[in-house]
Design a protein around this ligand. Structure first.
Ligand SMILES: [Zn+2]
Length: 238
């Protein structure tokens, strides 16, 4: 590691600011104007993967949510708040779920290395393995098995996005962002686009948001009796 002390980080900050200002004297004035990022990035907390570095993006271009093994958890209020803000306030055009090879969260899920809270957090990945163990167990090497599970995990998280009421509402309002599934290969630095087809998960007419159809009730006049009621027949015959 190159840096170990807090003072080094603060010193780096000052030199970085100086370099930015040398290139563009208004750089921070523009940043202070507010944010309108086109992308929401959902990634792993792993320190090796700041997507800004891998995509040459600048501050203000990626709205970010990261957690261990890039989970789209339907019960994580933190994540759901990020998603709602990204879509309905920032109006991002793209959501990127980006997993990575050599992911500690994937290893923990597959090999049961950890106990405690992390164990619970990665349990959905263990479920994914169980659902796909035929395919995964047939892969010859440990590394390739872990990498394939990392890809399956990304597909599952993209699918999970379509199960949130937030994305369904956006689909219903026809302003849903395009969702992408990526995996970053730490060994090469390259991003692999999994080209996830999301059509089957898009439910723009989800019953949750469909307008209820109005049932027209027939007008009832006091002299009509009750249409279709058994009492009517009973009255006529009696
Ligand atoms: Zn990871």
């Amino acid at each position: 590691m190159k840096y170990h002390t807090i003072d080094e980080l603060l010193s780096n900050n000052q030199s970085w600011v100086s370099e930015k200002l040398a290139l563009d004297a208004k750089y921070f004035d523009k940043l202070a104007d507010g944010q309108k990022p086109p992308f929401l990035y959902i990634g792993c907390s792993d320190s090796r993967l700041p997507l800004t570095n891998f995509t040459r993006t600048e501050p203000g271009e990626l709205f970010v949510h990261r957690n261990i093994a890039n989970q789209v958890s339907l019960t994580d209020i933190n994540f759901l708040a990020v998603l709602e803000y990204a879509i309905f306030h920032l109006q991002v055009k793209h959501i990127i779920v980006c997993g990575h090879y050599d992911c500690g969260g994937i290893k923990t899920a597959l090999e049961g290395r950890s106990t405690g809270i992390i164990d619970s957090w990665v349990n959905p990945i263990r479920e994914l393995y169980l659902h796909n163990q035929g395919e995964i167990n047939a892969i010859p090497t440990r590394e390739a098995r872990l990498n394939r599970l990392a890809e399956i995990n990304v597909l599952a998280q993209v699918k999970n996005l379509y199960q949130t009421s937030i994305i369904r509402k956006a689909l219903h309002e026809q302003n849903a962002p395009t969702i992408h599934g990526w995996v970053l290969d730490i060994k090469t630095g390259l991003i692999k686009d999994l080209n996830v087809s999301t059509v089957q998960w898009q439910l723009p007419s989800c019953p949750l948001f469909a307008k209820p159809s109005l049932v027209t009730m027939p007008e009832i006049h006091p002299t009509d009796g009750v249409a279709g009621c058994c009492c009517e027949e009973a009255t006529k015959s009696g």
